[in-house]
Design a binder for this molecule. Structure first.
Ligand code: SAM
Length: 446
C-alpha cells in the first residue's frame, strides 16, 4: 500500500487495487445499478490525476491518550475508520498534497506550545475543532482554523506557521454540537477569503464557504462532456421564447457560466448558499486564465513553490440582499461578459415549481446537481408536474439516486446516456452524468 495510514484511515479504501481495477469496479457497479432501467452506460472517464487530486482537506483536532501515564497529546488528522470520536495523527495524505506532513506537524507542535484545549466531540467541551485547508491551481492556499467560542486564538503564533503572504488565514467559530467544519462566523486573519480555480482555461473564484468540486481536473472532463451534450439538445427556436438553461444547485456557477459562454443561451442559476452566489456573480462578470499548479512541499520551511499572484478583482456584489435575482452584467467595474446569465439566491425546492412551468425551461434544458443527499422531494414532485424536455443530472451519489429517484424520473424520462466520471480515485466513489429526454418529445426536436 502506498499510504502509511491505509486501514486506519476511513478514506482511500480502494488503494490496494491497481487504478485500472478500481475503474473496472466502478464501471461494473454503475452497470448493475442501471441494469434494472435497461440502460448500458458508456465507458467511465478516468481521473486525470490519480494521486494528489483533491483541493480541499478537513482535519480534526483530537487527543491521543498515552497509557499508562494517561497523558494526552494533541492529534491532528482524520477520524479513525469506524470511530467518529477518535482522531489519528496524520503524517501524509496522498490525495491532497505532498507537502502536507510538515504543515500538520507544525500545527500540532503549536497546539502543544500554546497549551490549547482540544474539543471533545463526545462531551462537547473544548476549543480547537478543525483545520480546513484549500488550495487551488490558481496558486492560492486558504487555511481556516475552526474553534468554539470558548477560548482565544493565539493569532500571531498561528499566523507564523503559515508565514507566507500568499496564504489566506481565517478563524471560524463553530459552537454547534454537530460534526461540521462549516462556519458562518469568520474573522479574516490575513489575506482575502477566496481562492481562484482554473476550469477549462477559465478562472473561477471560490469563497471559504462556497462549494467547489474537489477534483477540478476530473470536473473539467465532465464539464466538457456536458457542454457537448448540451449543444446537441439546445437549438435556437424560430419563434417563441428562446430555449434557456436552468442550472439548479449551481454553486459558484461553473456549469452555467461555461454553457452560457459556449452556447450563447440565457442561463439562470439557483443556489441556496449566499457565498456561492456572490462568487457565481463575480465569476460571470470577470474572467482570466492561469494554467498553474501548486503543492505544499517546502511550504512550512518558508520555501514555497507557490505560483505568482494573479490579478484579483473586488467582490462587487458583497452585501447584496438575499432572495434577489442577481444579474452578472453592467455592475461594478467591469463590463458584462454575458448579459444573459443570472443567479438567484434561493432554495431549489422553493422556486422549482414556478421556474419549471416557464416555456423557456420546459423546452430548453434543466440541469440538476444536488448535494449527496439528493433532490428535495418538492423538486422531484415539480419535475413530475412540469417536466422539461431535456434534463441533465450531475450526480455525486449515483447509487442513491438510481435506487430512489430514477424509478420515478424514468416514468417520464428516457435515460439517453449515462456516464460515470472518476472524481475520487483510491475511493469507491464516483460522479455520474445522466442525459435524460422526456419520453413524449422527439429526439432532435430541440
Ligand atoms: C454538488 S454541489 C454542485 C455545485 C455546482 N453545480 C458545481 O458543480 O460546482 C451542490 C450545491 O447545491 C447547493 N445547495 C444545497 N442545498 C440546496 C438547496 N436546497 N437549494 C439550492 N441549492 C442548494 C450547495 O450549496 C452546493 O453549492
Amino acid at each position: 500500500m502506498r499510504c502509511r495510514h491505509f486501514g486506519t484511515c476511513g478514506g482511500c479504501s480502494a488503494q490496494d487495487r491497481a487504478y485500472e481495477l478500481q475503474l473496472q469496479a466502478k464501471q461494473s457497479e454503475f452497470e448493475s445499478l442501471l441494469g434494472p432501467l435497461d440502460v448500458q452506460p458508456v465507458a467511465i472517464a478516468a481521473s486525470t490525476d490519480q494521486w494528489y487530486y483533491r483541493n480541499k482537506i478537513e482535519l480534526s483536532f483530537g487527543a491521543i491518550v498515552n497509557s499508562p501515564q494517561d497523558q494526552r497529546s494533541p492529534a491532528l488528522g482524520f477520524k479513525q475508520k469506524g470511530k467518529w470520536w477518535k482522531v489519528f495523527d496524520l503524517e501524509e495524505c496522498l490525495i491532497f498534497d505532498p507537502g502536507l506532513g510538515p504543515v500538520v506537524r507544525a500545527v500540532r507542535q503549536w497546539v502543544e506550545r500554546e497549551n490549547l484545549a482540544i474539543y471533545d466531540n463526545r462531551r462537547h467541551q473544548g476549543f480547537l475543532r478543525y483545520l480546513v485547508m484549500r488550495k487551488s491551481t490558481g496558486g492560492g492556499l486558504m487555511v481556516t482554523i475552526v474553534t468554539t467560542s470558548s477560548g482565544s486564538l493565539p493569532k500571531e503564533s498561528f499566523e507564523a506557521i503559515f508565514d507566507h503572504p500568499r496564504a489566506a488565514l481565517m478563524w471560524g467559530i463553530q459552537d454547534s454540537s454537530g460534526d461540521t467544519a462549516m462556519t458562518q462566523r469568520f474573522e479574516i486573519l490575513r489575506g482575502e477569503p477566496f481562492l481562484y480555480e482554473n476550469l477549462l482555461g477559465r478562472r473561477f473564484r471560490c469563497g471559504a464557504n462556497s462549494f467547489f468540486q474537489t477534483n477540478p481536473r476530473a470536473f473539467e472532463l465532465l464539464l466538457e462532456d456536458l457542454a457537448g451534450q448540451a449543444s446537441a439538445v439546445i437549438e435556437p427556436s424560430a419563434s417563441g421564447p428562446k430555449p434557456s438553461i436552468l442550472d439548479l444547485y449551481c454553486g459558484v456557477g461553473a456549469i452555467g457560466i461555461t454553457l452560457s459562454e459556449r452556447l450563447g443561451v440565457p442561463v439562470l442559476g439557483i443556489e441556496s448558499s449566499a457565498s456561492s452566489i456572490e462568487d457565481a456573480v463575480f465569476n460571470a462578470e470577470k474572467r482570466g486564465s492561469f494554467p498553474a499548479s501548486i503543492n505544499l512541499k517546502g511550504f512550512s520551511a518558508g520555501e514555497s513553490p507557490l505560483n505568482p499572484v494573479v490579478e484579483r478583482g473586488p467582490a462587487s456584489t458583497r452585501g447584496e440582499p438575499s432572495g434577489l435575482v442577481l444579474g452578472s452584467g453592467g455592475k461594478g467595474d467591469s463590463p458584462a461578459l454575458n448579459p444573459s446569465i443570472n443567479f438567484m439566491l434561493a432554495k431549489a425546492e422553493d422556486v422549482a415549481g414556478d421556474l419549471l412551468s416557464k416555456p423557456e425551461y420546459r423546452d430548453g434544458l434543466v440541469i440538476l446537481d444536488p448535494p449527496r443527499s439528493g433532490l428535495h422531494p418538492k423538486v422531484l414532485e415539480n419535475l413530475e408536474k412540469s417536466p422539461p424536455k431535456n434534463l441533465f443530472y450531475v450526480c455525486c451519489n449515483p447509487k442513491l439516486a438510481l435506487q430512489t429517484e430514477f424509478p420515478r424520473l424514468c416514468q417520464i424520462y428516457k435515460i439517453v446516456r449515462a456516464k460515470a466520471f472518476d472524481f475520487f480515485p483510491q475511493t469507491p466513489h464516483y460522479e455520474a452524468l445522466f442525459v435524460l429526454r422526456r419520453r413524449d418529445s422527439r429526439p432532435g426536436s430541440g
